[in-house]
Design a protein around this ligand. Sequence first.
Ligand SMILES: [Zn+2]
Ligand SMILES: [Zn+2]
Length: 388
Amino acid sequence: MTIDNKILEDKLAQIRHQLHQHPELSSQEHQTTLFLNSYLETLGYRIVTPQTLLTGVIAEIGPSDSKIIIGLRSDIDALPITEKTGLTYASVNEGVMHACGHDFHMASLLGAAELLAEHANKLTGRIRLIFQPAEETHVGAQAVVEAGGIENLNAIIGFHNKPDLKVNEIGILTGGLMAAVDQFKVSFRGQGTHAAMPQLGNDPIVALTNTVNTLQTIVSRRTDPQSPVVVSVTHIDGGSTWNVLPETAWFEGTVRSFDQSSRQLARKQFYQIVNGQAETFGLSVDISWIEGPDVVDNDIVLTPIVMEETKKHAKLITPKPSNAGEDFAYFSQKIPSVFAFIGSSGTTDWHHDDLIVDDRGLLPAAKWYFYTANRLLEYFGGKTLNDR
Ligand SMILES: [Zn+2]
Ligand SMILES: [Zn+2]
């Protein structure tokens, strides 16, 4: 490679700091989009972002008539969190923070963009960079798919930085790496009354607490212990004072799972318990169920190839799957894909207001995109770059 490692490492740190300082919420990443556009144009990329995609950038390099196209994906959005890192480059956008490290992902993909641009006339296939908006709200990947952003791709790769992995550690496994996400909200309606005369009304609070407890039996008594499922009720609300029984009470939460049968079973059992409790207590009930991203499922054929390649450049480890969700799943359900966890030696986990990731992790991540893309080009019939 002609770009000096140290120079590139410093450059990527600078880029990340700039992005970190100016985080934008999901679907509002307008300045970020402008920044990425101009950076990629300077490197000679063709910007091919469909007009229907309001934020985010899709750009290509390599022979435009090639039928081999490999997608490299980064997300670009930040979270509604007030930053407490005390960094010199901390967020200047009040109440918004790159607390999931999507700044790390963008800087790494721009690093890969530099390396690819350097070899542009030797590429025997196309590389499509997908800077996807709105991952945190789980609508960005779908928007990219609907806009045609993954059309004609042979494969797509992506990664999430992992604060508990060290710099230069890369975790990949075949199959489910991140969980399917479901979200629920349940509202019970009874009849309000004086707290001293419960027999004159119909109390939704007792039904609610009973239901929350009974839902714990989905995991302990229904789903296969070999297939992880999580049922978490995270928010309950009912009543407004100490001496009145309310008419309504509600709760919400999430279910996480790693395979379709557990996902369906958990949902079926959830409805059965909630409806059964409503029946038992003579209440009416409204259940709203929102299906989020499916499992991030690493391709059975491509993953071992990517792992072999990764081993040559970094410390490959077998990661523990994460119960967090990732909307990269909308890609992995459509085309062969590989998603990795790349070490960022972070101070805390994702979504914390004091998360600081290590800039030294950027170069290994940029290189991972680069050599994996190159290996996949070769796998799909292109030629490998000989001087990596
Ligand atoms: Zn996140
Ligand atoms: Zn994230």
